[in-house]
Design a protein. Structure first.
Length: 215
C-alpha cells in the first residue's frame, strides 16, 4: 500500500514501514466532506485513489477552487494546520470515491521531529503547492476570464466532448461570478465553439477553444 503513495514510497525503508504500521487506511464516498472550515486537523491524508477538491467560500457565498489533491499526493492545507495547530480555512470535498492513508497527528509530529527525510518530503510538497496557489491568485486577479474559462473547459473535459458541469461550478473553478461565466459561455456558443443545456456543455470546436487557451 505504501508504494502507492508517491513521495512516501521514496522514504528510507525503515521509516516507510513505520509510517505504514502506524497509519490507518480509510475510504471516503464521493460527495463527502473530508474537512471543513474551522475544523481542527487530526490526520494527514495521503490519497491512494480518487481526488479531493479544496475550495474556500467568502462571506458573500462566492466559492473559489484552490487546488485538487490526487492519487499520490497529500493536502498542503492539512500540513499547514498540523504544523501550526490551527483550524482549516477551507473545505475539502471528495469529488470521487477516495481511498487514502491517514497519518494521525501524533505520528506526524513524531516523524517530523526526528526524521529529516520526512521533513524534507513534507516541506517539498508544501513549497510546490504554495507556488500553485500563487498562480491561482495571479489568475483570479489578473487573468482574462475567456482564456481561463477555455483552459478550464479543456482540463475538465479530459479528452471528452461533453462535460457535466454547471455555470456555478465553473464560476467556483475560476473564482468569479456565475453571471460572468454565463456571459462568456454564451459568447463561446455564439461562435459555435460549444453547445450547452442545463448542467451540460458539449465541445463543438475543440481546436478553437484550445487556441484561445494557448494549449
Amino acid at each position: 500500500m505504501i508504494d502507492r503513495l508517491g513521495p512516501l514510497a521514496d522514504l528510507p525503508a525503515p521509516l516507510r514501514d513505520e509510517v505504514a504500521r502506524r497509519s490507518v487506511y480509510i475510504r471516503v464516498p464521493a460527495g463527502s466532506v473530508v474537512f471543513s472550515s474551522g475544523q481542527e486537523a487530526a490526520n494527514l491524508l495521503f490519497v491512494l485513489s480518487g481526488g479531493v477538491r479544496v475550495s474556500q467560500t467568502s462571506e458573500s457565498g462566492r466559492e473559489v477552487v484552490l487546488y485538487r489533491v490526487s492519487a499520490g499526493e497529500s493536502c498542503v492545507m492539512t500540513t499547514a494546520c498540523l504544523l501550526a495547530g490551527a483550524p482549516y480555512l477551507a473545505e475539502g470535498v471528495a469529488e470521487t470515491d477516495v481511498e487514502a492513508v491517514a497519518i494521525p497527528q501524533s505520528v506526524f509530529d513524531d516523524l517530523a521531529g526526528r526524521s529529516a527525510a520526512f521533513r524534507a518530503m513534507i516541506f517539498e510538497a508544501y513549497a510546490r503547492r504554495l507556488t500553485d496557489l500563487f498562480h491561482v491568485i495571479d489568475d483570479v486577479a489578473f487573468g482574462r476570464v475567456d482564456i481561463r474559462l477555455a483552459q478550464r473547459l479543456i482540463a475538465l473535459a479530459a479528452g471528452e466532448d461533453e462535460l457535466r458541469v454547471t455555470h456555478q461550478q465553473l464560476a467556483a473553478e475560476l473564482g468569479t461570478a456565475r453571471e460572468v461565466v454565463s456571459r462568456q459561455l454564451q459568447e463561446f456558443q455564439r461562435r459555435g465553439w460549444i453547445a450547452q443545456s442545463r448542467g451540460r456543455i458539449e465541445i463543438a470546436d475543440r481546436a478553437a477553444i484550445a487556441r484561445l487557451a494557448g494549449a
